[in-house]
Design a protein around this ligand. Structure first.
Ligand code: ACM
Length: 291
């Protein structure tokens, strides 16, 4: 069993922690069923699961604190929070510090009169940044503005991670951009309702030679005649398409795997093929055309 690393205070502690990560970093997800609108309860449930996980990096589902099935713009306005002042981001900062863990978590963001389906990036030292979902799914288009990117990568000691939210997976450009920017692992905060993503993530990881953590939610949310069933099966995927861990379809759990993220630096498929150097951007021009 690997030891739980305590809060690091000095440069020496940071160096030791990074040395530890060069051999294995404990990365994973929290899978849970949020109750719509019960923000305090949802944060409390996430905190219990995080407190009991032994991890360096944890991804929480999309909109983990509010639930997903909004039925009116007023609900979005009421439940969205400013980042980083809002209570969810503040609670996550406290939880990250307590557990000496990086967190990526989905929540509804209020910014002036606009709302975004966002994920916050939190380090053990506090708030780091926000990713606003770029590719909105279904009725999200009624409630949220799309983010305009760009897809960023965040330094985490010797490694980098990228962030995307749910439906971003169906656009291979999302993970490609973050991988070309040097991401070793993609933090994928999700509320999946279609059955395709978990299999697709094997290909996404293989074609970019990166790791990914997909954190999904569970349960059925029925509100005002609208009902969605979320599929669970949160997944940690490796750079050669291996499923390192998959949660059950209904369970509430933290799934954590020790990974050697340096494997994501090797883009060499065989002695002739390097999947990044072999790309031919000069024949991909249409990818940059407007719709
Ligand atoms: C999704 O993007 N929540 C399916």
């Amino acid at each position: 069993m690997m030891k739980k690393m305590g809060n690091y205070k000095s440069r020496k502690d940071v160096v030791e922690k990074h040395y530890e990560w060069e051999r294995h970093m404990k990365a994973g997800f929290v899978q849970l069923e949020p109750l719509f609108g019960e923000v305090d309860q949802n944060i409390e449930k996430a905190e219990t699961l995080i407190d009991n996980a032994d991890a360096d990096l944890l991804v929480l589902p999309e909109l983990f604190n509010t639930g997903y099935v909004f039925t009116a713009k007023e609900e979005v306005a009421e439940l969205s929070e400013e980042i980083p002042q809002g209570k969810t981001t503040q609670a996550l900062c406290r939880i990250a510090k307590k557990n000496d863990v990086y967190l990526v978590a989905g929540l509804a963001e209020k910014s002036g009169e606009r709302y975004f389906n966002s994920a916050v990036i939190i380090s053990p030292q506090g708030y780091v940044g926000t990713y606003r979902k770029i590719h909105l799914f279904f009725e999200e288009k009624l409630w949220f503005d799309p983010g305009n990117g760009p897809f960023e990568v965040y330094d985490i000691g010797p490694y980098k991670f990228g962030v995307m939210i749910c439906f971003d997976w169906i656009f291979p450009e999302s993970m490609r951009v973050m991988s070309l920017k040097g991401a070793h692992i993609i933090c994928h905060s999700a509320n999946l309702v279609l059955p395709f993503c978990q299999d697709a993530m094997k290909t996404r990881c293989l074609e970019n030679r990166v790791f990914a953590v997909t954190s999904n939610r569970t349960g059925t949310e029925s509100r005002n005649g609208r009902s969605l069933r979320f599929t669970g099966k949160s997944q940690i995927t490796g750079p050669t398409a291996e499923v390192l861990y998959q949660a059950g379809p209904e369970s509430e759990e933290a799934g954590v795997v020790a990974v050697d993220l340096s494997r994501a630096e090797d883009k060499q498929l065989n002695e002739y093929n390097n999947i990044f150097r072999d790309r031919r951007p000069e024949v991909y021009g249409i990818l940059l055309n407007d719709r």
